[in-house]
Design a protein around this ligand. Structure first.
Ligand code: AMP
Length: 191
C-alpha cells in the first residue's frame, strides 16, 4: 500500500512531530516545506534570504518561491513512492498545484487534520521557542501565524471534506497516543 498523505493543523498542533513518527511507521518520506525553508535560510541561499522576510513576519512565502521548491522534490518520483506532506499545501491554490503534480494515477490517500485547543497551541509554541530558537516563535509572530492559518489554511478543510478524504484527529495528549489515532484511520496501518 502506498500512502500519500497531507497533514494539516495550526502552528503548534504537532504536525512536524507527528509527520515524522507516522512516516517512519508507514515507510514513506516526509516533506516539510517549513524545514526546507529553514535549511535554505541556514545555508544563506538566495531562496533562503527571500523566504526569511516572510517567515520572520509569520506570513506565507509566495507561491512563486514555494511551488518550484516543492515541484523540484516531486521530480524525484515521490508521488509514486508515497509521502507525508507537512506544511504543504497551505492554501487552496497550493492544493490545486498538488493535484496537478500527483495526476490521476497517484491520488491522495488521506488528509489528516490535527486539532488542539488554542491555549495549548500557544503553550506548545512558547516552550518550543525555548528549545529550538526558531526566529518565528515569538509571541507577536505566533499570533500572526495563527491568524494566517485561520484565513488561508482553514478553507483547505472544506476543500478536502468535499473530496471525502479529510479525517479530523484529536491531537491533545501524549505523542504516541496521537500517532496511534492517526494510524487508526489509515488502512493497513498497525498501531
Ligand atoms: P512550519 O515549519 O510549517 O510552521 O512553517 C514555517 C513557515 O514557513 C510558515 O510560517 C511560512 O512562513 C513558511 N511556509 C511553510 N510552508 C509554506 C507553504 N506551503 N506556503 C507558504 N509558506 C510556507
Amino acid at each position: 500500500m502506498t500512502y500519500r498523505i497531507v497533514m494539516l493543523g495550526a502552528p503548534g498542533s504537532g504536525k512536524g512531530t507527528q509527520s515524522k513518527l507516522l512516516a517512519k511507521k508507514l515507510g514513506v518520506e516526509t516533506i516539510s516545506t517549513g524545514a526546507l525553508f529553514r535549511e535554505q535560510m541556514a545555508a544563506g541561499t538566495e531562496l533562503g534570504q527571500l523566504a526569511r522576510f516572510y517567515i520572520d513576519g509569520g506570513n506565507l512565502v509566495p507561491d512563486s518561491v514555494t511551488v518550484p521548491m516543492v515541484e523540484e522534490h516531486f521530480a524525484s518520483g515521490i508521488a509514486e513512492r508515497g509521502f507525508i506532506l507537512d506544511g504543504f499545501p497551505r492554501t487552496v491554490a497550493q492544493a490545486l498545484v498538488l493535484d496537478q503534480m500527483l495526476g490521476e494515477e497517484n491520488p491522495l490517500t488521506a488528509v489528516l487534520e490535527l486539532w488542539v485547543d488554542a491555549e495549548e497551541v500557544v503553550n506548545r509554541l512558547l516552550s518550543r521557542a525555548e528549545v529550538e530558537h526558531r526566529s518565528d516563535d515569538t509571541a507577536d509572530v505566533i499570533r500572526n501565524r495563527i491568524e494566517v492559518y485561520r484565513e488561508s489554511t482553514k478553507p483547505l478543510h472544506d476543500f478536502y471534506v468535499e473530496r471525502g478524504i479529510l479525517h479530523e484527529i484529536n491531537a491533545m495528549g501524549e505523542i504516541d497516543e496521537v500517532t496511534n489515532r492517526l494510524c487508526s484511520v489509515l488502512r493497513n496501518c498497525v498501531a
